[in-house]
Design a binder for this molecule. Structure first.
Ligand SMILES: Nc1ncnc2c1ncn2[C@@H]1O[C@H](COP(=O)(O)OP(=O)(O)OP(=O)(O)O)[C@@H](O)[C@H]1O
Ligand SMILES: [Mg+2]
Length: 287
């Protein structure tokens, strides 16, 4: 665990989208990697029972003695409280991780019947707020208690989109949920940054971003120019809701880095996706 001297300012960022596979975990880990590489102390908090952020940092979720499950259960009546400092592990890349495992699924029903459930994660993070420059929260593809806890605990929200048009439809659902949360518990939750992941993947069906863009642009341009139009038009749509929109191209190294248990910053920083995430991490450092 990071025992650095107290940090002056902490930034907490949640990565969210209720659709599966939009690049939440990939964005969380790779931005974490570049922040760590630039000398920042970084904690990744995995509140997804799939535990992809945990395994993506080289930690086997099946070998954990304690995890986020114990922390959430410790906030429920009749259970022994657990401190986050007791579960944090240091990963090979220097990023600390509050790990998750499949067990976390079992905690969610308890949360629904516990008062103050939306603020549990914010309370769980209190003891480490002075130890990290950045806490990045990876949330699951749902709109359950873990996502709500992630959004409530964070200062900024990053929404990831893949090329599926459903991801864009999903934005409207997300925004409704944001305003519902705001009404119920008060804090202002606004999406700050959108990442469009794997934007240059070959799209074979008409349902993807290419199909969507061609429908909204109704333009017939040569292939290369068409791709630029596609990105611009998509960005235009997303920019109605977000100030910052960044595309991240497909790079096969992303998957290889995840398999190796390393962020791209520590595996292949100069691949196209690596360069994109490096740029996004620089923007985030200005927040
Ligand atoms: N830029 C990229 N280049 C290549 N592969 C990518 C890229 N971004 C994401 N992927 C791959 O896409 C898949 C889905 O990404 P990821 O797991 O980050 O999505 P997710 O939103 O976290 O999914 P879930 O909703 O299940 O948690 C992963 O296999 C990942 O390796
Ligand atoms: Mg994920």
């Amino acid at each position: 665990m990071n025992n650095h001297v107290e940090v002056e300012r902490i930034t907490i960022i949640a990565f969210a989208h209720h659709k599966g596979g939009t690049g939440k975990t990939t964005s969380c880990l790779n931005i974490a990697g570049f922040l760590a590489k630039s000398g920042k102390s970084v904690l990744v908090v995995d509140v997804d029972p799939q535990a992809n952020a945990t395994s993506g940092l080289g930690i086997d979720p099946d070998t954990l003695k304690a995890s986020m499950y114990d922390l959430f259960m410790g906030k429920c009546p009749g259970y022994q409280p657990v401190k986050i400092t007791d579960i944090i592990l240091n990963s090979r890349s220097g990023i600390d991780i509050a790990p998750s495992s499949l067990e976390l699924v079992g905690a969610e029903p308890f949360l629904y019947t516990t008062e103050g459930r939306a603020k549990m994660l914010a309370e769980i993070l209190l003891p480490v707020r002075d130890r990290y420059n950045y806490i990045l929260i990876d949330t699951p593809p749902s709109m359950g208690q873990f996502v709500i806890n992630g959004l409530v605990a964070s200062d900024h929200t990053v929404i990831t989109f893949d090329r599926g048009v459903f991801a864009l439809h999903g934005l409207h659902t997300l925004l409704t949920i944001f305003s519902d949360i705001k009404e119920i518990i008060g804090p202002k939750i606004t999406p700050d940054l959108a990442i469009l992941t794997r934007w240059d993947c070959e799209e074979k069906d008409k349902g993807g971003v290419r199909g969507f863009i061609s429908r909204i642009s109704r333009k017939h341009t040569p292939a290369k120019a068409k791709e630029e139009v596609m990105i611009r038009e998509f960005e235009g749509e997303v920019r109605k809701y977000f100030n910052l929109v960044y595309p991240v191209p497909y790079s096969r190294e992303i998957y290889e880095a995840q398999k190796a248990g390393l962020p791209i910053s520590h595996f292949a920083p100069d691949c196209p996706a690596g360069r994109a995430y490096s740029g996004i991490a620089e923007v985030i450092q200005k927040w």
